[in-house]
Design a protein. Structure first.
Length: 395
């Protein structure tokens, strides 16, 4: 059994990005760029107006008021760039090409309109309201570096680069195998004597997707060795990462690791000195990663957040270490002294601090839904009073 920090070091060492793939821009949101994204052209491609108004030559406004005929109209999207004759102006709209010969755009609010003429009575000021060609970026500029997560702001820049497809890190394909004779599909448990709803895999699947995985299957399995071995074989053929829930302890029907033995399972760690979640394990078989989570719901989801989240994030090209961004926060309730295992209490953010939940039972599901942080307690840590500081992690 190893300590938490050593287990995390081993997880982070494994959390290397998978290969790249090309995806359509439309489907690239929240993916991670595998290579820097370069602009195909200048933006803007020609000088354009930053305002609705009138393009003019400064020489034609030396004496005010000045009444100038409107020689051109320039809307956004006009393909050609007109020329502006001396002694005239051009009606122009935001994004429209600024006519050759123009020195500025005068905003429409201070210009009078008289038929086909514009009347300039007010000094336009210092602002020229022209966006120069290439003033946003130039052709070949790297708009987004490799490793960028394509969130909503980055997607704007990606589209502005004028590319139809992007090279992104491949999302890890995940198969979740929920084991246990006692498990029934939700909606069927009450009609099946001795069973309980299989709940853990739904939470694990949601967490996996949140951190960048593609969940390709979620399967419920009985504690039958041949069925488990067949499921392991299929999952190894399909997935980059397999998550097994349950069967991780030392009972007579705990077959989670044994199901992968025929495929050359090599354990990286088998237990971690934490509470909850001591039976969590991690290994590799047939070149695929396998992580085993406890069967109790809270234990499973806590260990998924601590170990599975950074593993998936790293495989998907994100910064795996940042998924464990602990931060200090003041307690609003007291915490008792910690035992001989590092412990992760479930808490809730309240009134600018964090309160420990009333129940910390590893099988609790109602309380689990109320938790939004984990509170880290080192082994043998002393009791803490309300107002003291503890390290927390978003949960």
């Amino acid at each position: 059994m190893i300590d938490f920090d050593e287990a995390i070091r081993l997880i982070l060492n494994a959390a290397r990005p998978l290969g790249a793939e090309a995806v359509a821009l439309e489907f690239a949101g929240e993916r991670v760029l595998a290579e820097g994204l370069k602009a195909r052209g200048d933006a803007p491609r020609t000088a354009v107006s930053a305002m609705d108004g009138y393009a003019v030559r400064d020489a034609d406004l030396t004496t005010l008021p000045a009444r100038l005929p409107i020689a051109e109209v320039a809307f956004a999207g006009r393909a050609d760039v007109p020329s502006l004759p001396a002694g005239s102006c051009a009606r122009i709209f935001t994004g429209g090409p600024v006519p050759h010969g123009s020195d500025r755009v005068v905003v429409q609010e201070i210009v009078g309109r008289y038929g086909d003429d514009a009347l300039f009575e007010t000094t336009p000021g210092d602002g020229r309201h022209i966006r120069a060609a290439g003033s946003d970026f130039a052709s070949g500029d790297v708009l987004l570096p490799a490793g960028t997560v394509l969130g909503f702001r980055a997607m704007v820049a990606a589209a502005a680069a004028d590319v139809a497809t992007l090279s992104v890190v491949r999302r890890p394909r995940v198969v979740i195998l929920g084991t246990g004779d006692e498990l029934a599909e939700p909606g069927q448990a009450l009609e099946t004597p001795g069973s309980i709803p299989e709940s853990v895999s739904f939470g694990v699947a949601a967490l996996a997707r949140q951190y960048g995985a593609e969940v390709i299957a979620r399967r419920r399995l009985p504690d039958t060795p041949d069925r488990l071995e067949a499921a392991a074989r299929q999952a190894l053929d399909e997935a980059d990462l397999i998550v097994v829930t349950g069967g991780a302890s030392v009972g007579e029907k705990d077959f989670a690791r044994a199901m992968f033995a025929p495929f050359g399972l090599k354990l990286i760690f088998s237990k971690v000195a934490i509470k909850p979640g001591k039976p969590v394990w991690f290994g590799r078989a047939n070149g695929k990663w396998i992580i085993g989570l406890p069967g109790n719901p809270t234990s499973a989801i806590v260990t998924a957040r601590l170990f599975l989240a950074p593993l998936i994030a790293g495989l998907a090209g994100r910064d795996a270490a940042s998924m464990l961004d602990w931060r200090p926060m003041s307690l609003t309730t007291a915490l008792k002294a910690c035992g001989d295992r590092e412990t992760f209490e479930r808490g809730r953010l309240i009134d600018g601090g964090v309160a420990i939940l009333g129940t910390q039972d590893s099988g609790s599901q109602k309380a689990l839904a109320s938790a939004d942080v984990l509170i880290r307690r080192r082994s043998a840590a002393p009791a803490l009073a309300a107002g003291d500081t503890a390290d927390i992690l978003d949960f």
